[in-house]
Ligand binder design. Sequence first.
Ligand SMILES: Nc1nc2c(ncn2[C@@H]2O[C@H](COP(=O)(O)OP(=O)(O)OP(=O)(O)O)[C@@H](O)[C@H]2O)c(=O)[nH]1
Ligand SMILES: [Mg+2]
Length: 435
Amino acid sequence: MATTVARARPSSLDDPFAIHMAPPEGETPDERVLRIAAQQNAEKTSRQIDEVLQQSKKLLEKKEKDVKILLLGQSESGKSTVLKNFRLRFTPQYFDSERAAWRMVVLLNLIGSVRVIVNAIESELEAPEFSLVGDTHRTLCGELEPVIREEGVLNRLISPSHITGDVYVRPGGEWKSILASSEVAKNTAAVVISLRDEIEALWADTAVRELMEKKGISLRDGGGYFMDDVARVTAPDYLPTDGDILRARIKTMGIEEHFFEKETAPGTRGVKDFWIYDVPGSRGSRAVWIPFFDMVQAIVFLTPLSFYEVLEEDTRVNRLEDSVVLWKEICANPLLQNCQIILFFNKMDILKAKLKGGLIIKEYVPSFADRPNTYAGATGYFKEKFRAYHKRSSPKPRSFFYYETTAVDTRSTAKIIGAVHEEIFRKHLQESILI
Ligand SMILES: Nc1nc2c(ncn2[C@@H]2O[C@H](COP(=O)(O)OP(=O)(O)OP(=O)(O)O)[C@@H](O)[C@H]2O)c(=O)[nH]1
Ligand SMILES: [Mg+2]
């Protein structure tokens, strides 16, 4: 006992810690036990703090070394849908934990479709000439007002200003936890469920269908189409399937950062840690892409071949033209000269369906001329265009990677995601060896 006390005595009075740790004069054995226990506790806490600091330092260093992938493309090109495919492939357990939030997105999409139909009916009712719709529709629209009001309520709840103030980068997007658990969201679900018969009646009405056709409104063409699934998605215990989550549409409002840990999913041995950044794609928000340019190793650039559509945010601009301009800018950017750029022609299911429905390419793209008006004809032609711009614009030579994708089809996309992941890491490894 005495020796322990002696060892705890300051060996030198110049040592401030030794002075601090010295037992007080006339300490009793009980006091000593208490003092040593308190000291050990303090040391343990201090060790824990050190460990946490070390861990976060390591994490930051690690992020420096990790591969970072940026998803780019105009709004609605499918960036967030591709991200969902990566998550489904590499971190399925996290994807699974978010079904409650996606249920609310599905309901929000349903409300959006109801709003489009109700607006179309109301404008038809105001038209002075013969109308396809009448008083029963007016009543139905009135009954559905509470559902439409919920769209604004929910959008305000998850808008970036409401969630984050000035904080812009959010891991995974905080909106998901808000949608999954807030009382406001629960109330929205209750309102939609209580009016489910009215929503079904609206969609089953032949006059309404005729009106939509007359006005050229096709809900099926857009994202987040659930009008054929009203009974299923408004069941009180409904949880979305993977397919529902892939089809659910929510515009990305801030930058979302997603971390992919190695070997977290079965069949993903050999996967290294990586990060994916999902960004908003509309014209007004593209400035937020730039700070990422000198930190990412790979870009997945998405473009649907929607030469027959205009941008939602600027209806004077053709969608494909916008994508081509963006593509050239990204390829030419000197900050990205060492970055791997992988091109996805996305929404290929829609292109196939449009061509089957009689879409004539040269009516929109005169330079397409008399090439075969087929899927292979279209993809071949545009692939060569994008390849040529890539070659001409890149500051120094680099490989051209290209895939045709249907991001809402998890099976075909999983294979592509696997190949893209492998390609990105092969290049990363080569460069690490060269360095
Ligand atoms: N039919 C079809 N729909 C798709 C495909 N890829 C994405 N979508 C749908 O298109 C909608 C828009 O996709 P998002 O992934 O949200 O688009 P985004 O590029 O992230 O858009 P922003 O966040 O506004 O920049 C969603 O409802 C998707 O389900 C596809 O290959 N085929
Ligand atoms: Mg998005």
